[in-house]
Design a protein around this ligand. Structure first.
Ligand code: HEC
Ligand code: HEC
Ligand code: HEC
Ligand code: HEC
Ligand code: HEC
Ligand code: HEC
Ligand code: HEC
Ligand code: HEC
Ligand code: HEC
Ligand code: HEC
Ligand code: HEC
Length: 457
């Protein structure tokens, strides 16, 4: 029902239904039943009593289905009185409107009339959905309602989705009570943005259920995330709910290239709302590599996760993300770890330079790019954010000093080499010294022992 065209078509279908054929037939039959009311003297259970009071066709309408003659006669009669057809809905409710009404198996078959009238389908009448009810009295078993006969687009979307296996039942699992469906823009709708996570969470937050279906329990994670908190605690309608990232009816597994949660589509999915950041990301090396098809390039969720997205200002996020950058840039990570900045951050200070304080978080560029904050020309400014008074001399300090790479920094390499040589020659000297000393000691002892032996002889 998303395009105006389909909406029009569906309403036409409904108008057809309500105006002439099915609706009138059903109404006729029910009114016919009522017009021939005869009360039985035998007391019945409330449900059966209701049937009696309203649609006498002999002793018990539901049971004596073969007594069709009076029904047929009245049907013909009734077709001549179309004005009375509007009573159809009322008639269903004259039985099903009784609170506490149950079927023979003890299940509730009572419909709350007020809620039904207030619902989006209130004006359609019962047989718009229960369209197989064409005879009176209606059979005890009635065909499952197919919402898709009117909502074709939603139904065909669902048919190819991860939830297809639930069949026609799926509609109700998200939309709730079929007799009280309200507009999706109504705050009480289970698919109103603020209610969507809870609705999906009835399954995706149910520990037993997710285990059975080998899924991750994402609901709790989502609720604690910045999006979940914004939606649930702050009532922020524009915060991402499950459907913002997954879609509604045509939800696909994240391994399907057409899914909005497929790796390559994730920047666009987040970018629907975080447009400015997506633009920066795409302008940087990560976005470019991703577009070029690199599977090694990070997308939004590699750094932010999908369901545990937190405020980037949080220490936990920052500590974890240095490791995330480091997981791909191992060498730069190792050299960063050796420097003062990382040593300080390892001590728990947050006011220290993280990878992105120097490189930027989204528009990461090679150092050779004049726009890169770590380009030689921009270093005074970049370091100066924190080191007021930073000058050209100060920024000659290497944040990724690698003493093992001659080309990277020959001076550092030579000093490191000298220090290493010094260390090893000192250690070597003492090692040799110790061995010689030990040997000499053993020799002396042996000599002393043989000398004693000679004396005894
Ligand atoms: C005379 C009372 C009466 C009227 C009027 C009536 N019903 Fe029923 N209906 C019943 C009873 C009784 C049952 C339970 C049958 C059983 O024992 O399982 C029932 C069951 C149903 C069921 C459930 C069937 C199932 O498979 O579990 C539906 C759906 C239903 N009715 C719809 C309607 C609709 C729609 C109308 C109006 C067009 C209507 N009923 C009018 C008495 C009535
Ligand atoms: C929007 C479609 C729709 C309309 C309109 C509708 N129903 Fe239903 N009804 C359903 C669905 C769906 C079910 C669940 C069982 C199924 O799938 O057939 C159901 C089930 C029932 C049941 C079985 C008990 C239950 O609650 O599961 C009864 C009785 C019933 N409807 C009566 C009515 C009556 C009476 C009306 C008119 C006042 C009505 N329905 C209007 C869709 C509808
Ligand atoms: C996985 C949950 C889920 C299932 C299953 C589901 N829906 Fe929906 N449906 C939603 C959500 C969420 C929305 C709200 C979309 C929005 O706000 O734009 C919605 C919206 C709708 C709308 C309003 C029009 C629109 O697209 O916004 C209709 C009509 C609808 N659904 C019908 C159905 C029918 C019919 C079925 C079964 C074939 C069904 N839905 C199954 C979640 C679901
Ligand atoms: C006989 C046709 C018909 C059937 C069957 C039907 N619907 Fe509807 N549905 C409509 C019409 C007409 C509207 C009202 C559209 C409007 O007001 O714009 C509607 C509206 C809705 C809406 C609200 C859409 C919105 O824009 O907010 C939802 C949700 C919905 N239906 C779900 C269902 C579900 C679930 C079923 C099955 C239980 C179902 N429908 C069966 C005709 C039908
Ligand atoms: C901000 C976007 C976003 C939101 C909001 C979101 N998801 Fe996801 N979801 C994703 C992405 C992206 C994936 C792909 C796998 C991954 O990166 O973890 C995913 C994966 C999943 C999976 C598959 C997990 C697995 O591998 O078993 C399920 C189930 C799921 N989401 C359900 C939900 C539910 C339910 C909600 C709402 C409570 C929700 N998602 C909210 C983006 C989101
Ligand atoms: C009635 C329970 C139920 C509800 C409600 C439900 N789901 Fe699901 N969902 C499932 C089941 C079962 C599967 C697994 C399907 C399979 O693999 O066969 C699934 C699978 C998924 C997956 C695919 C995970 C993957 O492999 O990547 C996503 C995404 C998802 N659901 C999102 C949602 C969203 C979003 C909502 C709410 C709009 C929702 N679900 C509501 C039962 C449910
Ligand atoms: C439907 C719109 C929407 C989508 C889609 C969306 N977000 Fe958000 N996001 C928001 C809103 C709104 C906020 C602000 C919440 C707040 O401040 O309370 C937010 C906050 C954030 C924050 C925290 C920002 C801060 O300064 O604290 C991050 C990080 C974030 N989103 C990442 C993502 C990622 C990654 C994705 C995709 C996987 C994504 N978002 C998808 C709307 C969205
Ligand atoms: C390589 C890791 C990485 C990738 C990929 C990434 N982010 Fe970020 N994001 C960060 C870091 C780190 C910060 C914290 C920046 C800061 O504190 O200055 C951040 C901050 C944010 C913020 C908060 C606003 C801000 O700029 O501080 C939002 C929103 C956000 N990212 C969304 C996204 C979206 C959407 C994508 C995908 C288009 C994305 N991020 C891709 C690492 C990443
Ligand atoms: C999932 C792996 C991955 C993660 C996580 C990651 N990167 Fe990258 N990064 C890449 C790839 C792939 C390239 C592109 C290399 C190329 O095309 O030359 C790249 C390029 C870069 C470049 C440009 C320099 C160059 O060699 O082209 C910088 C700077 C950079 N990343 C910094 C970061 C920072 C800072 C973080 C964390 C906020 C980070 N990266 C997280 C994979 C990653
Ligand atoms: C104090 C600022 C600073 C911090 C913190 C920092 N870098 Fe760098 N980074 C630089 C500078 C300056 C360069 C360019 C000179 C060089 O290669 O050492 C650079 C170069 C790089 C390059 C190579 C770029 C190219 O074009 O060759 C990558 C990749 C990189 N850093 C990743 C990281 C990662 C990952 C972290 C965090 C673990 C990090 N950096 C932390 C300042 C920093
Ligand atoms: C996000 C803030 C931040 C940025 C950006 C930053 N630093 Fe630092 N830096 C610190 C902090 C905090 C310390 C440790 C506290 C201190 O002694 O000042 C530190 C310490 C140092 C030290 C050792 C202590 C000292 O003050 O002599 C040097 C050298 C240094 N930084 C160089 C740089 C260079 C070069 C850059 C730019 C490439 C840079 N820093 C960028 C925050 C930053």
């Amino acid at each position: 029902m998303t395009s105006p065209d389909s909406r029009f078509e569906e309403q036409k279908t409904v108008a057809d239904l309500c105006g002439k054929q099915d609706y009138s037939n059903a109404g006729c039959k029910w009114n016919l039943g009522r017009s021939r009311t005869m009360l039985s003297s035998k007391p019945l259970n409330p449900a059966k009593e209701a049937i009696h009071r309203n649609c006498q066709s002999g002793e018990h309408g539901m049971v004596h289905r073969y007594r069709l003659l009076p029904v047929a006669v009245c049907t013909v009669l009734f077709l001549l009185v179309p004005g009375l057809l509007m009573g159809q809905q009322l008639d269903c409710l004259s039985c099903h409107g009784n609170p506490g009404m149950q079927d023979s198996a003890g299940h509730s078959i009572s419909i709350a009339a007020d809620a039904f009238h207030a619902s989006v389908h209130g004006a359609l009448g019962c047989t718009a959905c229960h369209s197989d009810i064409k005879t009176f009295p209606h059979p005890a078993k009635i065909a499952e309602v197919q919402c898709g006969t009117c909502h074709t687009q939603e139904a065909s979307g669902l048919a190819g989705s991860v939830h297809a296996r639930q069949g026609a039942k799926a509609c109700l699992q998200c939309h709730g009570n079929p007799h009280a469906i309200v507009k999706v823009t109504d705050r009480n709708s289970p698919v109103y943005p603020l209610n969507i996570p809870h609705t999906c969470g009835t399954c995706h937050g149910n520990a037993k259920f997710v285990k059975k279906h080998h899924l991750k329990n994402v609901y709790g994670e989502y609720e604690d995330s910045i999006h979940g908190a914004a939606l649930t605690n702050e009532g922020l309608l524009v915060a991402a709910n499950c459907s913002s990232c997954h879609g509604t009816h045509h939800i696909l597994p994240h391994t399907n290239p057409k899914s909005p949660t497929y790796r390559k589509n994730i920047p666009d999915t987040c970018g629907k709302c975080h447009e400015g950041i997506e633009a920066k990301y795409l302008a940087g090396m990560h976005g470019k590599a991703m577009l070029a098809g690199s599977k090694k390039a990070p997308v939004c969720t590699d750094c932010h996760t999908a369901h545990r997205i937190s405020e980037p200002a949080q220490t936990a996020f920052q500590e974890r993300t240095i490791g995330t950058c480091g997981g791909c840039h191992r060498e730069k990570y190792a050299t960063y770890r050796d420097t003062f900045h990382a040593q300080v951050s390892a001590l728990g200070y947050t006011e220290v330079a993280h990878c992105w304080d120097c490189h930027g978080a989204h528009e990461v560029l090679p150092a050779s790019d004049p726009l890169s904050p770590v380009n030689r020309a921009n270093l005074v400014k970049t370091c100066g954010k924190c080191h007021s008074g930073a000058n050209v001399k100060f920024v000659s300090y290497e944040p990724h000093a690698n003493a093992y790479d001659f080309h990277f920094n020959p001076a550092l390499y030579s000093i490191r080499l000298f220090m290493d040589l010094l260390l090893w020659s000192v250690l070597g000297f003492f090692a040799i010294h110790t061995v010689l000393w030990f040997t000499r000691l053993q020799c002396a002892r042996w000599k002393a022992r043989t000398a004693k032996g000679d004396e005894h002889e």
